[in-house]
Design a binder for this molecule. Structure first.
Ligand SMILES: [Mn+2]
Length: 323
């Protein structure tokens, strides 16, 4: 599977890189690290994302390599180029890049760590057992003899730290630590990455956190937590939608909470339901029934139902686990 990624990179010369909408540190880290690696290999490369990079992840992109797709994008440049999709394996999760960029390139390839079955995984490089796309890229770069510059090291390290929840989530392995050690050796500063990602939030995001936490409701003997973030919540806190991204994790700090449901509206009023679980509760199975996806312990979907309707439905879906 790594070989497929290696040969895809070797045989192409003009790359567009993209990742999932509302990119996180693993997505931005994967893109920026690949950007520098490909340039080292004398390839032409551009990064095109559907959404802007969240402020706290900008340090991963010191040269402003990430471009955000807009109407001025010239499709003519796609001729003879390929698209490398990072940290996403569903073409519907790359936003507008799907119709504009993906439709125009000659070849597409996916490097990702979200679980998926069947031919998609076989034809691409998708490893559901790996902690992060950045961990997977480390191995691919190794095969390509890429030199780990400080910029590549910081980008990969940030992605790994973020997606492992500071080396704590289930897919954190001895190999993850070994790779992290080498990245630190190559110039990634653990303290700098921590400070940038976890101690650089805005005051409005702190207020948003207070509002969202204030919406907390518990169900099924404190096994299920539901939090809400409406567009009014965003307005009154002054925060951006993206600043709500990690608030879903707060209820899981409780011993009894096994599922955290987060119903969140963006500034335009588009409603998304995010689900996190501990242990054997498969929230991806629930998300799939609404046309979404994810992994067993982290999934989500967009919906056109109202906030109250979807809350009721998801609680019904979760009920059988807590009878
Ligand atoms: Mn990831």
């Amino acid at each position: 599977m790594l070989e497929k990624a290696v040969s895809f990179i070797r045989r192409n010369n003009r790359f567009f890189l993209t990742a999932h909408e509302t990119p996180d540190a693993d997505a931005i880290g994967a893109e920026c690290a690949t950007f520098y690696a490909l340039r080292q290999l004398n390839k032409e490369v551009r990064i095109i994302n559907a959404d802007a990079t969240p402020r706290i992840f900008k340090f991963i992109d010191p040269d402003d390599a990430v471009e955000v797709l807009d109407d001025s994008f010239d499709r003519g440049v796609l001729d003879g180029a390929c698209l490398l999709i990072l940290d996403a394996n569903d073409i519907n999760n790359i936003g507008g890049v799907r119709d504009v960029v993906s439709a125009g390139v000659s070849e597409r390839f996916i490097i990702d760590h979200h679980e998926v079955d069947g031919t998609l995984a076989e034809e691409n490089c998708i490893r559901g057992d790996v902690s992060s796309t950045c961990e997977l890229l480390y191995e691919i770069f190794h095969h390509l003899d890429v030199t780990l510059t400080p910029k590549i090291a910081v980008a990969l390290y940030a992605g790994i730290v973020y997606d492992t929840g500071l080396f704590a989530y289930p897919k954190t392995s001895a190999r993850t630590f070994e790779i992290a050690r080498r990245l630190v050796e190559a110039g990634a500063s653990p303290n700098l990455v921590y400070t940038k990602m976890y101690e650089s939030n805005t005051i409005s995001s702190l207020l948003l956190q207070a509002f969202v936490f204030g919406s907390l409701k518990l169900h099924f003997h404190n096994n299920v937590a539901v939090q809400k973030m409406t567009k009014e919540t965003l307005k009154s806190s002054g925060a951006l939608y993206e600043e709500g991204q990690t608030l879903i994790n707060n209820p899981l700090k409780s011993e009894t909470v096994r599922v955290s449901v987060f119903l969140k509206e963006n500034e335009a009023g588009v409603l998304r339901c995010s689900l996190r679980s501990k242990g054997d509760i498969d929230v991806a199975a629930i998300a799939t029934t609404y046309g979404g996806g994810g992994h067993k312990n982290a999934a989500g979907f967009k919906t056109s139902l109202s906030l109250d309707e979807i809350e009721k439905k998801v609680l019904e879906d979760l009920k059988p686990y807590f009878l």
